[in-house]
Design a protein. Structure first.
Length: 414
């Protein structure tokens, strides 16, 4: 490997990390250095939150320790047989980069992943070494998210949880058959076993913290996972069911979806083109429906078409409301919170404000309009003292009326 300077390594390894979607920094414990001890904090002013054009958060220093890998997963641009430029950081270089970027308020913490070099244990040890040095040598109190390696020694994976705010263990693909075909060196049972061990350790630590103040923190922001969408033949219905099962079994904080992107020198078993990014967006929306709006996976699955795919032209919540119109309209002033959450156009915060406000007085359509972006979208599904949708809810062309207007963008707009 040619000798590269730090800037060149950063360019290669930051670019190689862009395929990891799970880089959010929410849910961890509050820490800061206001007392003059340590460096960094997990939240607060002066931190730059940037977003990539496709919406992914890049507010962390998100890099790979190395993009070299002994595995040959078909969908991965860093696979062993891929013709890409390779680079590798030492743990000390990652530590210094993290501190330097943090002191300049460019980042709020570190997201560290890696290709597999030498062995899974060796790579995991290098990743843990970075976090340990940041915490113990430099008293770094900022956010750390570590991507762990399922087939590494369980003790090394456990150490990652002691130093990181969040850990990720990727299931990679929605189906076991897809993983076997596209990543034969990875084992679905081993991945789920590691996720189960991490869940048990998190639960055990939370219980210990209730009884002993001195109990150490362990992944206070929990664990997350990521699955690639569109690389295998899994439809949206299967992905929704898989995500729901992962939430239930492993108490995940998030399941991230990453639309497959064709890579140079791609394997012949991969699709020739990527799925629409809107598909990834619809899966996130369906995820939100299950996590925050009280929808069951089977209910979300009912809005998929004959091929098991979510509609791309309207969001899944609106699609459900249009399919089950007999559930509407609902009375804004009398309906329970659970029914209001199913009204298209009403978010969780808006519903909570409605429930709180109607204790004081009856709400009218203008009151609802102030709580939502589009009262036209909400109107067909609610009633207020001054509004009745009459036959609007049952109109045959209601879906067409509520679809977002197509906007032609100008290529060379100023």
């Amino acid at each position: 490997m040619a000798q590269l300077n730090t800037r060149e390594k950063l360019a290669i390894l930051a670019d190689a990390a862009k395929y990891d979607a799970s880089c959010a920094s929410s849910g961890t414990a509050k820490r800061d250095s206001l007392g003059g001890k340590g460096i960094g904090s997990t939240e607060g002013m002066g931190i730059c939150h940037a977003y990539a054009p496709d919406g992914r958060c890049i507010s962390l220093l998100k890099i790979l320790l190395t993009n070299s890998c002994i595995f040959d997963c078909h969908y991965c641009i860093n696979r062993k047989s891929s013709n890409v430029r390779r680079a590798r950081f030492t743990p000390e270089e990652v530590v210094q980069l993290t501190l330097a970027f943090y002191k300049r308020n460019y980042i709020e913490g570190l997201f560290l992943s890696s290709g597999i070099i030498r062995s899974s244990d060796y790579t995991m040890e290098q990743i843990v070494r970075v976090a340990r040095e940041l915490r113990e040598v430099h008293d770094f109190r900022g956010y750390i998210h570590l991507k762990t390696i399922p087939d590494a020694d369980p003790e090394l994976v456990h150490q990652a949880g002691l130093y990181a705010d969040r850990v990720s263990i990727n299931v990679e693909l929605p189906t076991v058959s897809g993983l076997t075909r596209l990543a034969p060196e990875k084992d679905a049972k081993q991945i789920e076993g590691a996720m189960g061990d991490m869940k048990a350790a998190i639960v055990e630590t939370k219980d210990a913290k209730k009884r002993f103040r001195s109990a150490p923190n362990f992944a206070p922001a929990g664990q997350s996972t990521q699955m690639i969408v569109g690389a295998d033949g899994a439809d949206d219905r299967a992905i929704i069911g898989r995500a729901s099962g992962l939430y239930d079994r492993f108490r995940l904080r998030r399941v991230y979806y990453s639309a497959f992107s064709p890579i140079p020198d791609a394997s012949a078993v991969l699709p020739l083109k990527r799925p629409p990014l809107m598909r990834e967006h619809r899966l996130y929306q369906s995820d939100w429906l299950m996590r925050f709006y009280g929808f069951e996976p089977a209910e979300v699955g009912k809005v998929t078409d004959a091929t098991g795919m979510l509609p791309l032209d309207i969001d899944p919540k609106l699609a459900w409301a249009l399919k089950f119109r007999d559930r509407f309209p609902v009375d804004v002033n009398r309906s329970p919170r659970e029914e209001l959450l199913r009204v298209p156009g009403l978010g969780v915060k808006a519903v909570d404000k409605i429930v709180a406000s109607r204790r004081l007085r009856k709400l009218r359509l203008d009151d609802v309009a102030r709580l939502t972006v589009s009262v036209a979208k909400v109107g067909p599904f609610i009633t207020t003292p001054d509004w009745r949708p009459t036959l609007l809810t049952d109109r045959a062309d209601l879906a067409a009326r509520l679809k977002p207007a197509t906007e032609q963008l100008e290529l060379f707009a100023a």
